[in-house]
Design a protein around this ligand. Structure first.
Ligand code: NAP
Length: 279
């Protein structure tokens, strides 16, 4: 299934995330694509990701006939405060230059001349948006205007930060990527705002951020009814309430199982039960 952004681009409805895969990144990306994933999320941030190893997998896939246009590639610009000493840009340069250098380095790592989605990993400020955030956003807008990326987005944001971008930006984000806690109604405030502005909400750590959900008797009963696992129920719930989920599994069997989560449909009552499970 494909979702459509407000500017008319298609985004696969499930994404494979490459954080914390280290040396296994290349093998896992190959296995994820073999399992059926067509969208890959990474970041130009060596603390948590290995973008160049994602690129190695892409070279192997190309040799097997899976070409660039068959895949959706999303990566991120990570500001200095989210990097260690291995910044993919001159950390002393102005922010616009940092974004340009990081973007070019991502293209090199991923052996491509454009991205499908380019995301600011997180604002510099916790509350509101400061001058640095606006400078990055303007640099991302320039990449979008130059057709170097089909989409731009932001991650790790509050509802008020998304609202500010929607009020003042030349191009509002096409995607927002957040950690999705059941305890906050699965990030309901941000999801609602995204729905209002036709922004695709990408939910990450749906499993790891919600371990208590796995032992909840209601969700276990729903999983039993559909003869599946709680992970698949969580991913299916995410899709049915309008999210684009990411999975970070390292297990090829889980990859296949997760992709099968669109083979059943939860009822409105079940969606309501899951949406309020952590409140
Ligand atoms: N923007 C950001 O700041 C940010 C931050 C964090 C993550 N992310 C993105 O989100 C992606 C996913 O994050 P995550 O790894 O926390 O996601 P996740 O899918 O919630 O967690 C993966 C963990 O759940 C386990 N798991 C158990 N059963 C599973 C099943 N059936 N399917 C999938 N996983 C199962 C996995 O174990 P097994 O390996 O044994 O399956 C693994 O330990 C990351 O790779 C990254 O791309 C973005």
């Amino acid at each position: 299934m494909t979702l459509t952004t407000y500017n008319g681009a298609g985004v696969p409805s499930f994404m494979y995330g490459t954080a914390w895969k280290k040396d296994a990144t290349t093998r896992l990306v190959l296995q994820a694509v073999e399992a059926g994933f067509t969208a890959i999320d990474t970041a130009n941030q060596l603390i948590h990701y290995d973008e160049a190893r994602v690129g190695e997998a892409l070279l192997t896939l190309a040799k097997k006939g899976i070409t660039r246009d068959q895949l959706f590639l999303q990566t991120k610009f990570t500001p200095v405060n989210g990097q260690d000493h291995r910044t993919p840009y001159d950390a002393n340069a102005d922010i616009t230059t940092q974004v340009k250098q990081s973007f070019e380095s991502s293209l090199t790592h991923l052996h491509t001349d454009h991205l499908d989605s380019y995301v600011l990993h997180g604002p510099y400020h916790r509350g509101g948006l400061g001058p640095e955030d606006w400078e990055v956003w303007t640099a991302l807008e320039a990449l979008y205007d130059d057709a170097k990326t089909k989409l731009i987005g932001i991650s790790n944001v509050t509802a008020s930060q998304v609202a500010l971008l929607c009020e003042r930006a030349k191009h509002i984000p096409m995607v927002v990527q957040n950690r999705c806690y059941a305890a906050f109604g699965w990030d309901k405030a941000v999801r609602d705002l995204c729905r209002t502005h036709h922004i695709i909400y990408q939910g990450f750590s749906l499993l790891t951020a919600n371990r208590e959900v796995f032992i909840d008797p209601h969700i276990r009963a729903i999983a039993e009814k559909y003869e599946t696992g709680v992970a698949q129920i969580v991913f299916r719930f995410a899709m049915q309430v309008g999210m684009l989920p990411l999975t970070g599994t390292t297990n090829p069997l889980h990859m296949v199982e997760d992709l099968r989560c669109d083979q059943f449909t939860l009822t409105a009552d079940e969606l309501q039960q899951i949406e309020t499970i952590g409140l």
